[in-house]
Design a protein around this ligand. Structure first.
Ligand SMILES: *Cc1c(COP(=O)(O)O)cnc(C)c1O
Length: 546
């Protein structure tokens, strides 16, 4: 299997190159040259597999065994998911009625990004080690310096994915004092020598601008081989397809306990996904296209609703032009590591589900490619290039005009597989309350609550045989402010007893390692990277410069 850029189409990359490159040089995102189909016997052969076993089966469909032999893939997958606390890795829990939650937050940082980043870290390390093992003595080792900015949500998942990895340094910038205490502690209490938390006196936007400037600095970039772990990396999407398959089997077993075989065959499965950069739900789209019987995928956004608006009108636009008095287009911001964009006028709204506060949705381009391809309705290399050209022109419009209107045919294709809903902060709080008070009682984090709220909005339009699986993307203790705000009026709610995991106790008192940067200036951050990018522990690095 080879990969190509959504804006290129001609050049084909191996899986390894795709993973190490991240974003294509032409600005596009890598996608597989075809979507593999499930083996004919998948329903029986895969039915009893564990998460790790299933991951090997699914990933092997996308990775040439000559590049990554099955036994090595198995070892990488085992290592990646041994860090999860739940035996099922991503357990499925029944709520009332025909609603289930797929809990994706049992990894080291209590958020769903662990599912992808635990694997990505091991893939990076594996490929670098293999390249370095092939080098002649004295030849310069390949190393990777991962740099990112975080407002708190995603930095820790990247850090836990890359901690203690050979030939990789990670620098995560956060705005000093502007990250929640738990999130700050989660990041800075990781004291591995290759992890560098950089506390910048400034805002999240300052941090992000610095990271963008570093990536734009060709000389510095080449010298340190900067790498990003943002959600556009193909391996992250691929890792996330696995839990759609696993939950399908879990759901089948749970439903078989209450439904007749006839009823079971009638069931329509809807996956409801709280969405920001469209990574998590895109993985579901791949699963569906591979042959997993998913009826509809539900895009659940907060009030940063560019995606919900797209499914209403076919316009992909940063600013809602249908609202009177809305401002003009804002300047595009690219290359961000949290996927967040600057909070300019008419920009990102701050919500109770901050991991979904985005202006544009970086992975959406991958879906646009498939829609463009299908709308062209042929199946040869010329059409592939045609789809790339179409995507290119759409993304150019977004860049220059802040918007693009896709043809009706494309919107119809998008509606075949997806439904979209927008959820306000008020609805989010109300949903947290109502699920806490339901039987069985469930404490949802605000992101999961966006999904639960969207599921409820859609439900009246569904056929009665529909079952909804809502993806739960974070542990409620990670977003304690919103959860406490929703539940403080409830006499039976006790944060410490009902929510706080034992791993979070004492976290604030643990030893920390953090590098302070006194002003948001790129030179100061460069100095930090120069000073802390270690070389000495690399076995063959004597005398080599990085
Ligand atoms: C990143 C994140 C999301 C959104 O995921 P996308 O793949 O960007 O759509 C939702 N919830 C939480 C808690 C997250 O960290």
């Amino acid at each position: 299997m080879k990969y190509f850029s959504t804006r290129g189409g001609d050049e084909l990359l191996s899986f390894e190159e795709t993973v190490l490159t991240g974003l294509a040089p032409d600005g596009g995102l890598y996608i597989p040259e075809r979507i593999p189909q499930l083996p004919a016997d998948w329903r029986t052969a895969w039915a009893g597999l564990s998460f790790a076993e299933l991951a090997v089966e699914v990933l092997a469909l996308y990775i040439d065994p000559a590049e990554l032999p099955r036994a090595e893939l198995r070892a990488l997958v085992d290592r990646s998911y041994s860090t999860f606390r739940a035996p099922d890795v991503t357990p499925l829990r029944p709520l009332h009625g025909r609603t289930y939650v797929l809990e994706l937050f049992h990894g080291p940082t209590f958020a769903f990004k662990d599912v992808a980043l635990q694997l990505l870290g091991n893939l990076f390390e594996f490929f670098l080690q293999r390249r370095n093992a092939r080098k002649a003595p004295g030849e310069k080792r390949e190393r990777l310096t991962v740099v990112g900015a975080t407002s708190g949500d995603t930095g820790s998942a990247a850090i836990y994915g890359l901690r203690n990895k050979t030939d990789i340094e990670i620098f995560i910038l956060h705005p000093k004092g502007r990250v929640s205490p738990i999130q700050e502690a989660q990041m800075t209490t990781v004291t591995d020598a290759n992890v560098h938390n950089v506390a910048v006196k400034g805002t999240f936007d300052d941090c992000q601008d610095i990271v963008k400037a570093l990536f734009g600095d060709k000389e510095f970039n080449a010298k340190h081989r900067l790498g990003a772990v943002n959600s556009i990396n193909w391996a992250r999407i691929l890792a996330q397809t696995v839990y759609y398959f696993l939950s399908y089997f879990h759901l089948g077993r749970q439903l078989a306990a209450t439904l007749t075989p006839d009823e079971l065959t009638e069931v329509k499965i809807q996956y409801v996904v709280p969405t920001g950069n469209f990574g998590d739900i895109l993985a579901g789209y791949y699963a569906k296209r591979m042959g997993l019987p998913i009826d509809k995928l539900v895009v659940a956004t907060n009030s940063n609703d560019i995606l919900a608006r797209f499914w209403k009108s076919g316009a992909y636009e940063k600013v809602d032009s249908s609202t009177p008095g809305a401002g003009g287009a804002t300047a595009p911001a690219e290359g961000s590591s949290d996927g967040k964009q600057s909070a300019e006028v008419g920009g990102v709204k701050e919500t109770l589900s901050p991991a979904m506060d985005i202006l544009v949705s970086s992975n959406f381009e991958r879906l646009l490619w498939y829609l463009a391809f299908e709308a062209l309705a042929a199946n040869d290399a010329a059409t592939r290039r045609g789809a790339c050209d179409t995507v290119n022109s759409w993304m150019q419009s977004v860049k220059t005009d802040g918007r693009v209107q896709v043809p009706t045919k494309v919107l119809e294709l998008a509606r075949r597989d997806f439904v979209a809903e927008r959820v306000t902060d008020e609805q989010t709080l109300e949903t947290i309350r109502s699920y806490f008070e339901s039987e069985p009682s469930y404490v949802a984090d605000p992101h999961t609550a966006v999904g639960l709220a969207a599921a409820r909005m859609i439900a009246p339009h569904n056929p009665p045989s529909t079952v909804q699986v809502v993806l739960s993307t974070a542990h409620p203790a990670k977003f304690s402010d919103a959860v406490t705000r929703a539940l403080q009026g409830s006499a039976k709610f006790d944060f410490e007893r009902d929510v706080l995991p034992s791993e979070f106790r004492g976290l604030l008192e643990k030893e920390r390692r953090v590098i302070d940067v006194e002003a948001p200036r790129i030179e100061l951050v460069k100095e930090v990277i120069e000073r802390f990018a270690r070389d000495e522990d690399a076995p063959a690095a004597a005398g080599a410069s990085v």
